[in-house]
Write a protein of this length. Structure first.
Length: 164
């Protein structure tokens, strides 16, 4: 392809990246609050799952709402991380350019693609990528283990009060 084509592609790529940065500035607060509240409610529901359910209806509602919460959180994470995944695809395609067509504009585009961190973020505290899914899952397990250590069943309070 001629150098003019690669210049056009690089300027279009830069315009799309700038648009993603503007969108990130607009919604990063919502992303941060969403991830924080989802993490909190998942930990809270996991902690409540330790207690015995009063009836089968309560159990069905609880597990349905917990599955919905996990599904919602996971779908938001995967949809938002798709921005980062799509931004990495052109770099893989540039590696397929034959050496005879590798010009200075191709090198500039490859440098931009490899150096840019194109993803949505949560107030720039974290970038939403697929790796974040594993990090969030690890955090949930860690928090849950800590909460389980300090958890006392409601019935144990009643038994201790009766002994005194």
């Amino acid at each position: 392809m001629p150098e003019k084509f690669w210049t056009y592609v690089r300027t279009r790529y830069r315009s799309i990246v700038e648009l993603i940065y503007e969108v990130d500035d607009a919604i990063s607060g919502i992303v941060f609050i969403s991830f924080g509240s989802n993490l909190y409610f998942i930990c809270l529901q996991l902690l409540k799952s330790i207690n015995k359910m009063p009836s089968a209806v309560h159990a069905v509602y609880f597990y349905f709402s917990f599955a919905f919460l996990i599904g919602r959180s996971l779908s938001v994470l995967l949809f938002v991380s798709a921005v980062h995944e799509r931004a990495r695809e052109p770099l893989r395609l540039l590696h397929l350019v034959p050496p005879s067509g590798y010009q200075s504009e191709v090198q500039r585009l490859a440098n931009e693609l490899s150096s840019d961190n194109v993803s949505l973020s949560g107030l720039r505290f974290f970038n939403v990528t697929r790796k974040l899914c594993l990090t969030v899952a690890g955090s949930i397990v860690t928090y849950e283990l800590v909460l389980i250590q300090f958890h006392e069943d409601e019935k144990s309070w009643a038994c201790q009060a009766g002994k005194q």
